[in-house]
Design a binder for this molecule. Structure first.
Ligand SMILES: Cc1cc2nc3c(=O)[nH]c(=O)nc-3n(C[C@H](O)[C@H](O)[C@H](O)COP(=O)(O)OP(=O)(O)OC[C@H]3O[C@@H](n4cnc5c(N)ncnc54)[C@H](O)[C@@H]3O)c2cc1C
Length: 484
């Protein structure tokens, strides 16, 4: 989908448009030089398919700029020629926003420099194409931590993480990407550079423009670099798996953990029995974490500065919770290997359910206190449609974020289950909305959920978002398939 925009009264509009588009592509190639673009099908292929194969795309040209100035030149040419652009980072997004459907594909893969690390400021400045792992390693090397953590961190990039406002497992303590960015450099849809790489903790000089670009999914410009907040490295860590009877018990334990640890809870992840069972069955070398099976499990991680403190706090918390009957069983990891094994059960929840056939997948958020009600009401709504459907619910319960996946009945017809997906997802999203929730907690809307989101978002909010987009991108060239 090249999007040239000829004057409405042009006598031969389609021909003029196609000539303008093709001249635009030639100008892009000339501006970025031979290393800065590709049309080689083999080079393009991995960038045109989403990792699960759910979206396949097409592009007339892959752009590979190396500097912010090159990004600015490319976007400026696209704006003049009316060529639409899809930015792409690590291509780990889960809602299809990074896969072009005919737009020029702008990859940040050659912009991978860590521009600065300043331990005194607790700031690291990274270019958009840096992977999260590279940023975490650079922070560690400077004696600090960059706390964002997710299973795709070896491939996901800073540009993508900013643009999706990524969450992950440490949001409870450190917040999402919105809370971790101090400044941004970005190329606006007309090719101008917004030089906002501030390292300030305080700056009351008007609108916080970086927050518009965070979570914008590439709709308001191309992120080229970010100034990120660093934190002290915490030497004492403890991880446990807990068996519980209900999500209500998990919430009560969360409340105690936050209070008794003085805010040291880094992760508090809920998993249902079915998901743990599938992970134990399918992850190589995985074992049941507790002697008995439980309806629900929580993986809890605490981190503190003083040696041995995290484990002591976790032991005390769990001992009291066991005594009070709040939890049914618990095991604290005795080694790093065991901690990794506990985390593997959590991180394997998606992969382990894959052989079960098509799933209706959801990434919802509700107020934390509503999590038990959400789970009960969503289960009822799903079973009204498909009485023997199997539910794998897991996620960052401390953030009210549940990944709510619905598998087909055991031995059932996968196609029949897939055919009910839209109806089923609507029912699950309706429950989240009724409880004051969101249909996208951390993955964004992309091309997958943007239409669906219109059903739930406040019309004034949508119109305000559209007005901002029109103001910044009057030609509508930036990632036209995402958001509104
Ligand atoms: C195994 C696995 C686990 C995951 N776990 C989590 C999780 O726990 N929490 C979570 O939040 N997400 C998770 N994700 C989703 C994904 O990793 C994140 O959405 C991540 O932020 C995407 O980064 P990326 O570099 O791959 O971006 P891409 O997939 O390339 O792009 C994502 C979106 O950002 C836009 N974009 C990319 N780069 C730029 C840029 N420089 N400027 C402007 N727009 C840009 C794209 O156009 C697209 O709309 C997971 C994904 C996988 C595969």
């Amino acid at each position: 989908m090249l999007k040239p925009r000829p004057a409405p009264d042009a006598p031969d509009a389609p021909a003029a448009a196609s000539a303008a588009a093709s001249a635009g592509l030639d100008r892009l190639k000339a501006a970025l030089g031979p290393e800065g673009w590709s049309q080689d099908p083999e080079r393009l292929a991995p960038k045109l398919v989403e990792w699960r194969g759910r979206w396949r795309g097409a592009t007339p040209l892959l752009l590979l700029p190396r500097t912010t100035e090159e990004v600015a030149a490319a976007v400026g040419i696209c704006a003049e020629a009316g060529l639409a652009i899809t930015p792409q980072g690590g291509n780990t997004g889960l809602v299809g926003g990074q896969i072009p459907q005919g737009e020029v594909l702008l990859s940040l893969e050659r912009m991978r420099a860590i521009r600065a690390v300043s331990p005194d400021d607790d700031v690291l400045v990274a270019e958009a194409g840096c992977t999260l792992q590279a940023v975490r390693d650079a922070a560690e090397a400077a004696g600090r931590t960059f706390p964002l953590s997710l299973a795709s961190q070896g491939t996901a990039t800073i540009g993508g993480l900013v643009s999706t406002n990524a969450g992950g497992t440490a949001v409870l303590r450190y917040g999402t990407m919105r809370a971790l960015v101090l400044g941004l450099e970005a190329v606006l849809p007309d090719g101008r550079v917004l030089r906002g790489l501030k390292r300030l903790r305080k700056d009351n000089t008007g609108y916080d423009l970086k927050q518009l670009l965070i979570g914008a999914e590439g709709a308001l410009g191309v992120v080229t670099a970010a100034a990120l907040k660093l934190f002290p490295r915490l030497a004492s860590r403890a991880v446990a798996i807990v068996g519980l009877a209900s999500p209500e018990a998990a919430l009560a334990l969360l409340g105690r953990a936050k209070a008794e640890s003085g805010g040291a809870v880094e992760a508090f992840e809920l998993m249902g029995r079915l998901g743990v069972g599938l992970a134990v069955e399918r992850i190589p070398a995985a074992r049941e974490p507790l002697a008995q099976l439980h309806a629900w499990y929580v993986l809890i991680e605490l981190a503190t500065a003083a040696e041995g403190q995290a484990e002591a706090v976790l032991e005390g918390l769990l001992a009291r919770a066991l005594e009070d009957g709040l939890v049914q069983d618990a095991a604290i990891a005795a080694s790093q290997a065991q901690a990794h094994a506990f985390w593997a059960l959590r991180e394997g929840q998606s992969a382990a359910q894959k052989p079960e056939g098509p799933a209706w997948k959801h990434d919802v958020a509700v107020p934390v206190a509503e999590v038990p009600r959400f789970l009960a009401q969503a289960d009822a709504a799903v079973r009204a449609l498909s009485p023997r459907a199997r539910i794998v619910a897991f996620g960052h319960v401390g953030d009210g974020n549940i990944h709510y996946d619905v598998l087909g009945p055991e031995g059932g017809d996968p196609e029949a289950h897939a055919a009910l997906r839209d109806q089923g997802s609507r029912a699950v999203h309706d429950v989240a909305h009724r409880l004051g929730g969101s249909i996208s907690a951390e993955h964004g809307l992309g091309s997958m959920k943007s239409q669906e989101a219109l059903r739930y978002k406040d019309p004034v909010e949508v119109e305000t978002m559209r007005a901002i987009r029109r103001a910044l991108d009057p030609k509508g060239i930036m990632n036209p398939r995402v958001l509104f």
